[in-house]
Design a protein around this ligand. Structure first.
Ligand code: FO1
Length: 315
């Protein structure tokens, strides 16, 4: 029995919490493939919110109350940027800015985003590895009644208030999984889709050309794939996933998410609160694991991760 090599797909906060639980069990045997379609240029620096949220969470330094940024960070630079007339609605802490400055320097030296991100992970002493889904620029655009908005303009500046009528992932056609992502999926003994937004966090990862083929090839080799519902009792614990599912014509429920992943996964993990949906999810051809999926602290992150890993072990 080969030692487990788990690949998790994650977006922001929810996926990062499960990734931390998985890292507690797996250490260096965990690779997290993160969405890069939320990435944006701020003040001339490349910010990678989903990578950085997972990075700080796996390093144990994330802002506990918000899930992103660094706990206890200061904002002297942001305040001074405001003095110079720079926009300050996308709030970057001083220590967070150090990552963006170091990464911008690495990119200018010709490093790929993957290489720059791996260097930051080594510097913070991470056991697990985080891989951007692609090294090509991909940007989510959100269609609203006010027209198309850049993702962070929608998510942060407009506080996710506009109803989402459509999504676009600009740059996707030219994107490919990085060699590191391709190799990780080749070597994986199991794959876990984290409880992130299925449309704008997991969706872009799955939409990278060849990514679904590589996931299907892994399943064809008998590699089990699980997905953890980001929707509990019809609601997202954080973020706009519930409203976005509804406004884009899907059911905002664990069953609605299971339908999105039905052709990709073997096991669907849903919360005790949604136990009555299990039969309909199993009717899609999926195994189900009904458990407590709320990750309020490190112990509950590790517990959920352990339950998922156990359910993925070959019977
Ligand atoms: N989210 C906010 O709601 N307000 C912010 O000012 C903000 C700043 C920010 C800075 C760096 C970073 O990595 C993430 C940040 N986020 C902020 C969260 C970010 O918009 C979301 O985590 C993702 O884009 C969605 O998953």
């Amino acid at each position: 029995m080969p030692a487990p090599l788990i690949v998790a797909l994650a977006g922001g906060v929810g996926g990062a919490k499960l990734a931390e639980g998985l890292q507690a069990h797996l250490g260096a045997r965990l690779t997290v493939v993160v969405n890069t379609a939320d990435d944006c240029d701020r003040h001339g620096l490349r910010v990678m919110p989903d990578h950085d949220t997972v990075l700080y969470t796996l390093a144990g330094i994330e802002q506990a109350a918000l899930g992103w940024g660094i706990e206890g960070d200061t904002h002297a630079v942001m305040n001074q940027l405001g003095v110079y007339g720079e926009p300050t609605w996308f709030s970057l802490g001083d220590r967070d800015l150090a990552l963006h400055i170091a990464r911008a320097a690495a990119l200018r030296r010709g490093d790929r985003p993957t290489e720059a991100c791996l260097a930051a992970q080594r510097a913070l002493g991470l056991a697990a590895r985080i891989l951007p889904m692609t090294d090509s620029p991909v940007a989510t655009a959100v269609e609203t009644d006010d027209g198309w908005l850049e993702f962070q303009e929608y998510f942060v500046h407009r506080r996710q208030e506009p109803e989402v009528r459509g999504l676009r992932f600009d740059g996707l056609e030219a994107a490919r999984p990085t060699p590191e992502v391709a190799a990780a999926l080749e070597e994986a003994t199991a794959i876990v889709i984290g409880p992130s937004n299925p449309l704008v966090s997991i969706g872009p990862i799955l939409a990278v050309p060849r990514m679904r083929d590589r996931l299907a090839a892994a399943r064809g080799r008998g590699v089990p794939v699980a997905a953890v519902s980001p929707i509990i009792g019809g609601r997202a614990l954080k973020g706009p996933a519930d409203r976005m599912l509804a406004s884009l014509g899907h059911e905002s429920s664990a069953l609605g998410v299971a339908r999105l992943y039905a052709d990709l996964v073997d096991l669907f993990v849903l919360d005790d609160a949604d136990a009555e949906l299990a039969p309909e999810i199993e009717a899609l051809g999926l195994r189900t694991l009904v458990t407590d999926t709320v990750m309020g602290d490190d112990a509950s992150r590790a517990r959920l991760a352990g339950a998922v890993l156990e359910a993925l072990e070959p019977t």
